[in-house]
Ligand binder design. Structure first.
Ligand SMILES: Cc1cc2nc3c(=O)[nH]c(=O)nc-3n(C[C@H](O)[C@H](O)[C@H](O)COP(=O)(O)OP(=O)(O)OC[C@H]3O[C@@H](n4cnc5c(N)ncnc54)[C@H](O)[C@@H]3O)c2cc1C
Length: 481
């Protein structure tokens, strides 16, 4: 463990924030020119300006008169389909990113970065903005056990390319989520107990910062920015390449248990006890689902090494103390398992609103609050899910300030996920009210939220706790805008 990784876990003081600032200056000042101040202009770039940018890069600039613009500007959530950026700049190499960032600064246009396009709040698009579209930066290479992954690569192609060499990185399950956005916020997934967050596997990155300059950061070079890129969320420059340590793949075992609704509270407390006692190679996610007039359903999805699925399912049933109404197990090759978890190799666009809470401990009161939220949702005819993922195992091997991801002494995240049949602002806002009510139901049992599940209005401190001030400072210093 590096000195920076060891950390103290102490609350940040003005001194530690300043120490981060000084470290940033000393490691990056040699390559970073002083950026000219950003001035938002009332005039927009002309067609000739955009054409000049198009000629200067190896990618393409798509303005609204281009037939490719309409599909290029879309994100995963149709909620943002009406947003019309000034241009989508499809970059093909790091130098294109520098050029686009510099163009935006000179022209006084807001620059926004798009990876996989799954931002919960549409952060990768904006009216009249220049979108730095990273999707063509999708290369995946493996040197020894270290993977280099383009800043716009999406998860299934990454997993698939690495699996062909018997390696993997810890990630979430959705095949179309961007590795970039996922890593910046942490990255929760089925390997987290064994191998940590996606961001915990990062050993270095290539980043374009505010003035268009390029930096290779790691534990010794640009260590403040490197610290922030691992779980601090977005707004810290444009990562064009991630370097990750990898782990060996294995055949995977799965178990799927559904319990009686009446046992929902016992399922959550039993799941939490079972998870804490289980080997790190075992991971389980508990789901409490509101199904309108059909009431509430409670399930656990478990993942482990192939061959252990029946025993682990039984251990969970014993911890819950209630027989499941359905139980199934299976084992698969590694990549088949990736596809099973992700629902295939791609995922259809979906309207949704979601938010999260972070739980330090799972008490009966906490479980009752979670179940109560979904029961009320079902009684009102609504649907939705509370999805609880563990935060223990290797995630807890680091301290709160070892990287920007702060939730190192917590038991689980709970994601409040509401699929929507309409993409209207009204439907979105009504769903946000439901999630706000869920936060209120948990009250002080929640420590904050997970920064990859951003909500419409929540302060940075809710997501980054004691790491928020340092990240905020680094954003103003390095983030493009
Ligand atoms: C269906 C679905 C499933 C999900 N599953 C999981 C899961 O299993 N585990 C989990 O932890 N999270 C999960 N998430 C949340 C996901 O990690 C975040 O929404 C993440 O921000 C998405 O990244 P993206 O690149 O796809 O999205 P984008 O909208 O492209 O980007 C999100 C943010 O990151 C910035 N960004 C993206 N790439 C870069 C880069 N290379 N450099 C600088 N900035 C960048 C963008 O500017 C934007 O602000 C899921 C989300 C969805 C919609």
């Amino acid at each position: 463990m590096s000195q920076q990784q060891r950390g103290t876990g102490a609350a940040p003081t003005r001194r530690t924030v300043l120490a981060g600032a000084l470290a940033a200056t000393s490691t990056l000042a040699t390559t970073e020119a002083v950026a000219a101040p950003f001035v938002r202009r009332t005039t927009r770039p002309t067609a000739a300006d955009w054409e000049a940018l198009d000629r200067a890069i190896s990618g393409d600039v798509l303005t609204p008169d281009d037939s490719r613009y309409s599909s290029a500007r879309r994100l995963f959530n149709p909620r943002w389909d009406r947003v019309r950026p000034a241009a989508v700049v499809r970059v093909r190499r790091t130098a294109d990113v520098s050029e686009a960032v510099d163009f935006a600064r000179r022209q006084g246009v807001r620059a926004l970065v798009r990876g996989g396009g799954h931002s919960y709040v549409g952060a990768s698009t904006g009216s009249d903005a220049l979108i730095v579209d990273l999707r063509a930066l999708d290369s995946v290479t493996l040197t020894g056990t270290q993977a280099s992954v383009g800043g716009g690569a999406t998860l299934y192609p990454v997993k698939s390319a690495l699996a062909a060499r018997g390696r993997s990185i810890p990630t979430g399950s959705c095949p179309t989520v961007g590795a970039g956005g996922l890593t910046l916020g942490g990255g929760l997934g089925v390997d987290s107990r064994a191998h940590g967050l996606t961001s915990d596997a990062v050993v270095g990155a290539t980043v374009v910062t505010r003035d268009g300059s390029v930096h290779r950061v790691d534990a010794t070079n640009g260590s403040s920015l490197f610290w922030a890129l691992r779980g601090g969320g977005t707004g810290l420059g444009v990562v064009t390449v991630w370097r990750y340590r990898t782990h060996a793949t294995r055949r995977t075992g799965f178990f799927f248990l559904t319990f009686p609704t009446s046992a929902a509270v016992r399922v959550l407390t039993g799941w939490s006890r079972w998870q804490a006692a289980a080997p790190r190679s075992v991971w389980g996610s508990a789901h409490v689902e509101a199904m309108g007039s059909k009431g509430v359903r409670v399930r656990v999805v478990g993942v482990c090494a192939a061959g252990q699925e029946a025993a682990q399912a039984e251990a969970l049933v014993r911890a819950v103390g209630v027989s499941p109404t359905s139980r199934s197990t299976r084992s698969t090759d590694y990549l088949d398992g990736v596809r099973l978890l992700g629902g295939g190799t791609t995922s259809a666009r979906e309207s949704f609103y979601a938010g999260s809470d972070v739980l330090r401990v799972m008490t009966t009161g906490t479980a009752e609050a979670v179940v109560g939220v979904m029961a009320r949702r079902a009684r009102s005819g609504g649907t939705g899910a509370a999805i609880l993922d563990p935060l223990d195992g290797r995630v807890q091997d680091l301290e709160r300030d070892d990287t920007a991801f702060p939730w190192r002494a917590h038991t689980a995240t709970v994601q409040w996920y509401l699929g929507l049949s309409s993409s209207s602002a009204t439907a979105w806002s009504a769903a946000a009210d439901v999630v706000d009510a869920a936060h209120s139901a948990l009250g002080s049992r929640s420590s904050g939220g997970y920064v990859n599940y951003l909500e419409r209005s929540r302060p940075l401190r809710d997501y980054l706790a004691g790491n928020a001030d340092r990240v905020a400072y680094l954003r103003t210093r390095y983030g493009v805008r």
